[in-house]
Design a binder for this molecule. Structure first.
Ligand SMILES: Cc1cc2nc3c(=O)[nH]c(=O)nc-3n(C[C@H](O)[C@H](O)[C@H](O)COP(=O)(O)OP(=O)(O)OC[C@H]3O[C@@H](n4cnc5c(N)ncnc54)[C@H](O)[C@@H]3O)c2cc1C
Ligand SMILES: NC(=O)c1ccc[n+]([C@@H]2O[C@H](COP(=O)([O-])OP(=O)(O)OC[C@H]3O[C@@H](n4cnc5c(N)ncnc54)[C@H](OP(=O)(O)O)[C@@H]3O)[C@@H](O)[C@H]2O)c1
Length: 441
């Protein structure tokens, strides 16, 4: 952050309320009340971006667990977990199968005498060292892969290809990890060590907890683990906007209705938006960056905000499509497809390159945009925030990603372009052209 920007930051200051000004229908302005050191202050702002996160309020469903009050061991939410120091020789049950549960299980498995990891739905576990050693999102979040998954292939084929890919590293069924619903996408667990800790017996995968005794935990397959010292509920988070009135944002079952996952649809003026209330199948930072670029342009009137009927229609259609793809569970309600989502926002603000016409003028770049990882630089080639080094950056993406690990220079040997590679290359080019027609690039 630059020095100039820091001067606008109010540290140790809590936003108490954000309310529409009396003349909101014409001005679109907001009264923002903040508190610092017990002193409250109200200021008028032309627009508000809410960036309060959605991983700060623990979801702690104790009421679902009979007997928990009688349980004599320690129990707490994963948010309170700090390190493994106090767990030497302990028998620990972890409830949940998100990334928090997996990380804590692996860490505790080095000090605790036994870790039990209880899951209702299971999960795909993938390695940080994905195809050819690249990170998984770099391989997964390309336009080609997105097009293949969402437009080209039927859902049943996508599901079986995904399943096959996920089981290449190890068989999830043999490890008790296989997701219950394999047709729906759920955020994968990025964990290199979990399978090996299971193999060594330090982590045991268990079905859902049914109830607690004074000293033990019962599971819904009838098994009981006795002498449990600690239970950690790694059951995720809820989100709230205590500073916003219900008339601005209405929460229902940990869900809110937002246009493009950003703006409450019924505002008379689109001058307030939420940034980061989203769970992309890919990186959150570039997603939030694109949301911020989109929202500031809506605030400035440079990106037209459609009438309410269009807005509600868009929300309905997206809701139906997301429900089919990601399901309706609590954790998946904010899920979106990374490339589709950032492309859509970039299109709205004129920052999405036209890959089809670029294929004719700059085929190398077009190929990188279609087959390569979708990075924020893709949205710096044209439109607002255009940046001249962007082309070079995009063409060198793969090399720059792997550079930190190439600390010893080795001769990989000459690669010979085989006939098969050439044929595959030609087929890919053909696929690009067809895809661009179908996907309207
Ligand atoms: C254990 C854990 C590990 C994670 N690891 C990763 C990871 O490896 N990679 C990844 O991409 N994501 C990870 N995440 C998700 C991560 O939380 C988000 O990617 C990231 O923090 C989102 O940033 P944000 O700025 O939107 O929200 P946050 O980082 O949550 O920031 C929101 C800020 O708003 C402040 N705030 C809230 N209400 C008010 C108010 N009324 N007044 C003033 N300030 C307020 C909060 O204090 C907080 O500082 C992890 C989450 C958890 C819980
Ligand atoms: N290393 C990392 O990158 C890292 C580490 C930690 C967190 N994070 C991120 O931070 C975010 C939060 O992660 P998280 O793991 O804390 O939460 P999460 O992803 O929401 O997972 C919570 C898990 O709790 C279980 N659960 C929910 N309600 C339950 C209930 N009523 N009873 C029993 N189990 C219940 C579910 O597991 P079941 O499937 O078994 O139902 C669910 O998968 C995620 O985006 C995550 O990727 C990242």
């Amino acid at each position: 952050m630059t020095l100039a920007a820091i001067s606008f930051v109010l540290l140790k200051t809590v936003v108490i309320s954000v309310k529409k000004c009396k003349d909101f229908e014409s001005s679109g302005q907001w009264y923002v009340t903040t508190e610092n050191n017990g002193k409250q202050e109200t200021t008028i702002f032309d627009a508000v971006m809410v960036c309060s996160g959605h991983h700060t309020d623990p979801y702690y469903p104790l009421e679902s667990y009979p007997g928990i009050k009688q349980f004599k061991g320690k129990y707490f939410h994963s948010r309170e977990y700090k390190n493994s120091d106090d767990y030497k020789g302990k028998r620990v049950v972890i409830v949940g199968m998100g990334n928090s549960a997996a990380d804590i299980a692996v860490e505790l498995s080095r000090t605790a005498s036994q870790v039990f990891l209880s899951t209702r739905r299971g999960a795909w576990v993938i390695s940080r060292v994905f195809d050819h050693g690249y990170p998984w999102d770099i391989c997964f979040d390309t336009r080609f892969e997105t097009f293949k998954r969402n437009s080209l292939l039927p859902m049943s084929i996508v599901s079986s290809l995904t399943e096959k890919k996920m089981n290449e590293w190890f068989c999830h069924a043999n490890f008790g990890l296989q997701p219950v619903d394999r047709t729906q996408f759920k955020e994968p667990l990025l964990n290199d060590e979990l399978p090996s800790r299971i193999t060594c017996g330090f982590v045991l995968i268990k079905p859902p907890v049914s109830d607690f005794t004074e000293t033990g935990v019962k599971f819904n397959d009838g098994s009981i683990e006795e002498n449990i010292d600690v239970v950690i509920f790694a059951t995720g988070y809820s989100f709230y906007f205590p500073f916003l009135d219900e008339s601005v944002i209405k929460m229902e079952k940990n869900t809110v209705v937002l246009y493009k996952h950003i703006i409450p649809p019924t505002l008379e003026k689109p001058t307030l938006g939420i940034i980061g209330l989203i769970q992309p199948l890919g990186p959150i930072m570039p997603t939030s960056e694109m949301q911020a670029r989109w929202l500031t342009r809506v605030f400035k009137g440079l990106c037209p905000f459609p009438p309410l009927t269009v807005v509600m229609d868009d929300i309905r259609k997206k809701h139906n499509s997301f429900t089919k793809r990601f399901g309706t569970t609590r954790e998946n309600r904010l899920q979106v497809d990374f490339v589709e989502y950032v492309d859509e926002l970039a299109s709205d603000i004129g920052a999405k390159p036209n890959i089809f016409s670029m294929f004719l003028s700059d085929p190398l770049l077009a190929m990188a945009l279609f087959f390569g990882p979708c990075t924020p630089t893709h949205f710096r080639l044209v439109g607002p925030g255009k940046w001249s080094p962007a082309r070079e950056m995009i063409l060198t993406t793969w090399d720059r990603i792997i550079k930190p690990t190439k600390t010893r220079v080795v001769n990989k040997g000459e690669s010979t372009l085989s006939f098969v590679t050439k044929v595959l290359g030609a087929l890919c080019v053909l696929a690009v052209i067809v895809a661009m027609f179908m996907y309207k690039y």
